[in-house]
Design a binder for this molecule. Structure first.
Ligand code: FAD
Length: 279
């Protein structure tokens, strides 16, 4: 089923994100099987910014063979037009219907960079012209790290929508007000496609430090106090993550969010507990 149909009813749609786990794919498929009990509309599979890593085709097939709709992430900043074309062909041959079109982070090693696609809107344009795939794109409730301000980021988001995007998947956030304000700003720009909330349950102090160093993600003071308290206690940190994300999801559902997309980090436990709490 395509993204447009998936987000075409009044119920909040559940979906999950996983990443390729080359060292233990069997374990990943086990975790996905557990998550599948919650009837996700689809599972999305991340990719590295390097063109080669777009090619987790075997894993995409393995997930599909579990009877699950799968949406590959697809970056373009290190890819030539030819390799993008080949990758898209392969994806369509597998029978996949949806794709998350991304630019990817600009590589530090300039030799890896290609200039066939400079921004995600160019990739969306290309996918729209060359395939029948339904297209998701990334959105940033607190602004993308390279953007001077949220307004210019949303103007750039609009370019992806005008190129043919069907849904916006947001970066994770811990302050629902940031998401609600973002939705309002996006709607004010005349963008009307579904905006899906990215949810990441906190699991460890290390994860928080890494995440906040890579992306603009504010941590509310009350949450930060608790995170500091459980710095050395991973069990309590996991339980805090479940409790916090459950409350976040409840509030989002009460405010008619169209979809919740869980960044599972390839572990079913926290996401399953959250869904047990909210469904
Ligand atoms: P773009 O939409 O191109 O935006 C990048 C920056 O350029 C922004 O600051 C934007 O405001 C600006 N911009 C956009 N278009 C233009 C334009 N036409 N002219 C001038 N400026 C412009 N990365 C991975 O490597 N693999 C993944 O699997 C992956 N999955 C992700 C999933 C989600 C839900 C999200 C939110 C992000 C994901 N990312 C992933 C991260 C993403 O690749 C990075 O954030 C990257 O830096 C930007 O990608 P983008 O598609 O948002 O880029």
């Amino acid at each position: 089923m395509k993204l447009r149909e998936i987000y075409n009813n009044n119920k909040t749609v559940i979906s999950f994100e996983v990443f390729p786990q080359k060292d233990d794919e069997a374990k990943l498929l086990e975790e996905i099987t557990i998550l599948n009990k919650y009837n996700p509309a689809f599972i999305s599979l991340t990719c590295g910014a390097g063109g080669k890593e777009n090619k987790s085709f075997e894993l995409l097939k393995d997930i599909q063979n579990l009877g699950i709709n799968v949406m590959p992430h697809f970056t373009c900043i290190t890819s030539s037009k030819k390799s993008v074309e080949e990758g898209l062909k392969e994806i369509e041959n597998i029978g996949i219907e949806n794709i998350l079109a991304l630019r990817g982070d600009i590589p530090e090693n300039t030799e890896l960079r290609h200039y066939d696609f400079n921004y995600a809107n160019e990739l969306v344009n290309y996918i729209k012209a060359k395939t029948n795939l339904s297209i998701g794109v990334a959105g940033y409730p607190e602004g993308h790290v390279e953007s001077p301000d949220i307004k210019s980021d949303i103007i750039n988001l609009k370019k992806k929508v005008e190129a043919g995007a069907d849904a916006i998947f947001t970066q994770l956030f811990f302050d629902n007000n940031k998401f609600f304000e973002y939705v309002q700003l996006v709607r004010n720009e005349g963008i009307n496609i579904p905006i899906i909330a990215g949810i990441m349950p906190i699991k460890s102090y290390k994860q928080i430090v890494k995440m906040t160093s890579l992306a603009r993600v504010a941590i509310p003071e009350n949450l930060q106090t608790k995170i500091n308290k459980y710095k050395e206690d991973s069990k309590s940190m996991t339980e805090l993550g479940i409790e916090y994300a459950s409350k976040q999801c409840e509030e989002l559902i009460n405010n008619n969010v169209m979809g919740l997309h869980f960044f599972t980090l390839n572990k079913s436990y926290s996401t399953s507990q959250i869904l047990n709490n909210i469904l």
